[in-house]
Ligand binder design. Structure first.
Ligand code: XCC
Length: 630
């Protein structure tokens, strides 16, 4: 008898996968099994930046002896490959951020009439950081100035990105010493591509320093800009109750799912779906109403702000369709499997691409334009309603769902520790100093079909909180926890160590705080900076008892994120095989050398138990160095 191999650690997902197998429907899980990674490319030893190759630098003494046709060594090739990943990841987050800036500008000038400034307080806070006068001025004038100032982060040729100054002074000093304060986001990405093209930069350390500079342009540039503008336009999140997993789909309502990363159209769809006219339209098609759901990070955006339920993260996108209950799935950009278009033909689901940047053959394309946002959102909602009538009975109808509490912006975390007038990070710092909280881990990144998907997230989440480690989560890390039922205050009672439980009960928070989408990893940077400023711990981000973990990462964006945390002073642990594993030199630079210079590091460790041990070790060593209670 075949030994059953678990493909997802999520029970509901596993049931759908099994149903799919029985019906000969292929998903990323089978494809991952069939398509083993190329062992040379996987470790970063393949160079294809010119057409004399691809050169595969393998062999027993490859590090010392192997050369490409041009003479490139293995460390050069591995470093170049990683820098290109950072550049691509930074481009993704920051191009998304650019669109947010342009939407803010269009809203401020009245060109995008469907959008307004929702959070004026946040606008003023951002204007204050940027040194833009806001008192007594019309809100839209301030918003316009903020947008124009952010656009400079995409065009200034010399100088520093606006938000570099938000990092603690000492962190900034380290960056300046090593010449890695970004000038503008696009320039660092372009330079990364230039330096890694054939015959340019060949020194691995020098290449990787530019990689860090590019990554900082992501974290303290694009991602932070995107988080701030999204808050300004759509509201700064505060805790909200919602639900997660496949059971969020309703049998008797139109199920419309928003998937991808960009919040603007999704926000409009949320708004439009509650219009009486739209609900009446859904009813005219025989449905009882309109039920919205989300996937990946578009889900996180609307979950954080409106409590829209999530069907989960990356590996759930095909499975969602396989419930047979999804009438329409809109996708914007990033982490969208092209496979969904083909798969949807076996069901009744309409896949709707909406970005001018992203089309999938055979999907319906309804292009989003912020100037006609409401009109387009209505068109999409209507299409989903029309398709409700085509729903067949096929599919694996799963009813499991779990409650989640999400919506922990850094502003709210500050507020919950002292109310509006005494908001601060003092209680968190005190709890860490007293040892009630041993440390903080950012549990983030993708879920991956190459491991029992979501399983390592679940393992680390439970083990870390058992060890009194507070978790802040984002992206599909949050989705993995949410669909497992871990994002509730009860989780603290059941699983947290005594110190963490006490803190969670006193403040009334879950031990895993859902901070939002992947761009919202920037909120963690803000929190760490505030903790440094608060005093009592480290006076820079480096040296804090904190670690970042992306146990199931797969996207280039995750690499950019990991690197900006490392550059900021956070030791980072990624799961899976190392994309620079072929080179001991590059591995040493990214762990030892980076740690020496920035107090951050980037490790790759496939074994979940070792990941946990390494994280706790970093936390304990930081506590020891800070002379904190054991
Ligand atoms: Fe994509 Fe943000 Fe990864 Fe999830 S976590 S699979 S990058 S959706 Ni960003």
């Amino acid at each position: 008898m075949d030994k059953h191999i678990m493909k997802s650690a999520n029970e509901a997902a596993e049931r759908i996968i099994e149903w799919g197998e029985a019906h000969k429907i292929e998903t990323c899980f089978e494809r991952a099994e069939k398509l083993k990674p190329c062992p040379i490319g996987e470790k970063g030893a393949c160079c294809k930046v010119c057409h004399m190759g691809p050169c595969r630098l393998v062999g027993k003494n490859a590090e010392e002896e192997a050369r490409g046709v041009c003479g490139a060594t293995l460390p050069t090739v591995a470093a170049r490959n990683l820098v290109r990943m950072i550049a691509a990841g930074t481009a993704a987050h920051s191009d998304h951020a650019r669109d947010m800036v342009l939407t803010l500008l269009a809203a401020a000038t009245g060109e995008a009439k469907d959008f307004q400034i929702t959070d004026v307080r946040k606008l003023y806070r951002v204007a204050g950081i940027l040194g833009i006068e806001f008192e007594g001025r019309p809100v839209n004038d301030v918003a316009k100035d903020v947008a124009l100032r952010f656009l400079e982060d995409y065009s200034r040729q010399k100088g520093e990105i606006n938000y570099a100054k938000r990092a603690p002074k000492k962190t900034q000093e380290r960056w300046r010493k090593w010449g890695i304060v970004p000038r503008n986001i696009d320039r660092e990405i372009a330079e990364a591509m230039h330096r890694t093209s054939v015959g340019v930069d060949h020194d691995p350390d020098h290449l990787l320093l530019h990689g860090l500079k590019t990554a900082i342009a992501d974290g303290w540039g694009g991602s932070m800009i995107s988080t701030d503008i999204t808050d300004i336009l759509f509201g700064t999140p505060r805790p909200v109750k919602a639900e997660a997993s496949f059971g969020i789909f309703k049998e008797d309502e139109v199920n419309l799912v928003v998937h991808g990363h960009e919040p603007s159209l999704a926000e409009m769809i949320v708004d439009v779906a509650s219009e009486p006219e739209m609900i009446a339209y859904a009813k005219s098609k025989g449905a009882k109403g309109i039920n919205l759901g989300g996937m990946c990070c578009t889900a996180n955006e609307v979950l954080m702000r409106h409590g829209i339920p999530t069907a989960g993260g990356f590996t759930n996108q095909e499975l969602g369709i396989m419930t047979g209950l999804v009438d329409a799935l809109t996708v914007d950009v990033q982490c969208i499997m092209p496979a969904i278009a083909e798969l949807s033909k076996k069901f009744h689901t309409k896949i709707i691409t909406t970005s001018e940047k992203a089309k999938i053959p055979s999907a319906v394309h309804i292009e989003y334009d912020e100037h006609r946002a409401r009109e387009i959102a209505r068109e999409i909602v209507k299409l989903a309603c029309d398709n409700y009538q085509n729903r067949k009975t096929e599919g694996s109808h799963i009813t499991d769902k779990f409650p989640v509490v999400a919506g922990f912006s850094h502003e709210y975390i500050e507020y919950m520790q002292g109310g509006r007038w005494r908001a601060s990070f003092r209680p968190l710092n005190d709890a860490i100093m007293a040892g009630r909280i041993r440390g903080v881990v950012g549990l983030a990144g993708c879920d991956n079909p190459r491991v029992p998907s979501t399983g390592i997230h679940k393992y680390l989440a439970t083990e870390l909180i058992k060890n009194d480690v507070l978790i802040v989560s984002t992206g599909c890390g949050s989705a993995a926890c949410g669909t497992a039922g871990y994002l509730t205050p009860e989780m603290a009672l059941e699983h947290a160590g005594p110190g963490l439980r006490e803190v969670c009960e006193a403040i009334g928070i879950p031990p895993i705080l859902h901070l939002g989408a992947c761009v919202d990893n920037s909120r963690i940077l803000t929190i760490l900076s505030a903790m440094a400023e608060e005093g009592g711990l480290s006076d820079e981000i480096g040296g804090m008892p904190g670690v970042g973990i992306a146990p199931e990462w797969m996207s280039e964006k995750a690499i950019a994120i990991g690197c900006y945390f490392a550059a900021s002073g956070v030791p980072v642990i990624f799961g899976g095989e190392s994309p620079v594993g072929s080179s001991e030199e590059v591995t040493r630079i990214m762990t030892e050398v980076w740690y020496e210079r920035f107090k951050g590091a980037m490790h790759f460790e496939p074994d979940p138990e070792k990941m946990l041990a390494l994280a706790l070790d970093y936390i304990d060593k930081a506590r020891e160095a800070l002379k904190l209670k054991k």
